[in-house]
Design a protein around this ligand. Structure first.
Ligand SMILES: Cc1cc2nc3c(=O)[nH]c(=O)nc-3n(C[C@H](O)[C@H](O)[C@H](O)COP(=O)(O)O)c2cc1C
Length: 231
C-alpha cells in the first residue's frame, strides 16, 4: 500500500491561502502576464470531478475584449429580468438569510453606501457587470446533460481557481451574477446551446487601496458545520 508522506510545510502553505484569500472587487488595469495565466488554468485542470468527466469549459475574455462584453451585459441587465441557465436558489431562510445579509452589509459599509441609497446599491450591483475592473474574466460552462453533477464539478474548479489565483499573488472573485444573464453571455461568446452558463471568475491584480477590498467575511465554527468531529 502506498501512503503519502505528511508535509507540514505544504499544509501551512495551503492554510495560508485558504485563510487569506478573499473576493476581490476592485482591480488595477494591469493585465496578468500570459505565463501566470497559463499556470493558473493548467493547475486548475487538476480539479477532481465525477468519473473524471471534467465538466468545465472556460471562455477567457481579456484586454480589449472585456469592455464590449461588459457593455453588452450592462445593457442586458438594464433591459429586463434575469434568465439563468442554472436555477436560482428558491429562497434564503434562517442562518442562510443571516449570512447573506451580513456579507451584503459588510460590502455596502466598506464602500459607504447607506441601506436606503438605492442609486448607490444599483451602481455597486452593476460593478459585477464591469467585472469590478478586472482585465480578465473566465466564463465557466457545464454540459446541460450532466445537470447538477456538472455544476458541482464546476464549483470545485472555481474554488481551485480562486485559491490558485491567491497563491499566484492575484485577486479573483466568483460571479454568479454573470450567470443570471446567460442569454447575453451565450450570444456574445457563442456558447453552444448544449451547455449551461454557470458563473464567471474575474481575475487580475487587486487594487490594494480600494475600500471594497478591505472587509473580510467570517465562517461558521467547524463544530456547527461538521457532525462527528472528534473533540
Ligand atoms: C459561486 C459563487 C458565486 C458568487 N457570486 C458573486 C457575485 O455575483 N457577486 C459578488 O459580489 N460576489 C459573489 N460571490 C462572492 C461571495 O459573496 C463570497 O465568496 C462570500 O461572501 C465569502 O467571502 P470571501 O470570498 O471574501 O471569502 C460568489 C461566490 C461564489 C463561490
Amino acid at each position: 500500500m502506498t501512503t503519502t508522506a505528511t508535509t507540514p510545510d505544504l499544509t501551512e502553505a495551503l492554510a495560508t491561502v485558504l485563510e487569506r484569500r478573499y473576493s476581490c472587487r476592485a482591480f488595477t488595469d494591469e493585465p496578468v502576464d500570459g505565463a501566470t495565466l497559463r499556470r493558473l488554468f493548467t493547475l486548475a485542470q487538476r480539479t477532481p470531478s465525477w468519473c473524471n468527466s471534467q465538466a468545465w469549459q472556460v471562455h477567457l475574455v481579456s484586454g480589449d475584449d472585456v469592455a464590449p462584453f461588459s457593455e453588452r451585459l450592462v445593457a442586458r441587465v438594464m433591459a429586463g429580468g434575469p434568465t439563468p441557465d442554472v436555477t436560482n436558489p428558491e429562497k434564503y431562510e434562517g442562518v442562510y438569510a443571516d449570512r447573506r445579509r451580513t456579507c451584503g452589509h459588510a460590502l455596502y459599509e466598506a464602500v459607504g453606501i447607506a441601506r436606503d441609497d438605492q442609486e448607490g446599491r444599483l451602481r455597486q450591483m452593476l460593478e459585477n457587470f464591469r467585472f469590478f475592473g478586472a482585465p480578465h474574466v473566465a466564463i465557466i460552462t457545464s454540459p446541460k446533460a450532466l445537470g447538477p453533477y456538472g455544476v458541482m464539478d464546476c464549483g470545485g474548479y472555481v474554488a481551485n481557481l480562486l485559491n490558485l489565483a491567491d497563491s499566484l499573488g492575484l485577486g479573483a472573485i466568483a460571479q454568479g451574477a454573470i450567470g443570471m444573464y446567460a442569454d447575453a453571455v451565450r450570444e456574445h461568446l457563442d456558447v453552444p446551446a448544449d451547455r449551461d452558463v454557470v458563473c464567471a471568475v474575474a481575475i487580475g491584480h487587486p487594487d490594494p487601496d480600494h475600500p471594497v477590498n478591505s472587509f473580510r467575511t467570517e465562517r461558521e465554527d467547524v463544530a456547527n458545520a461538521v457532525t462527528g468531529l472528534p473533540a
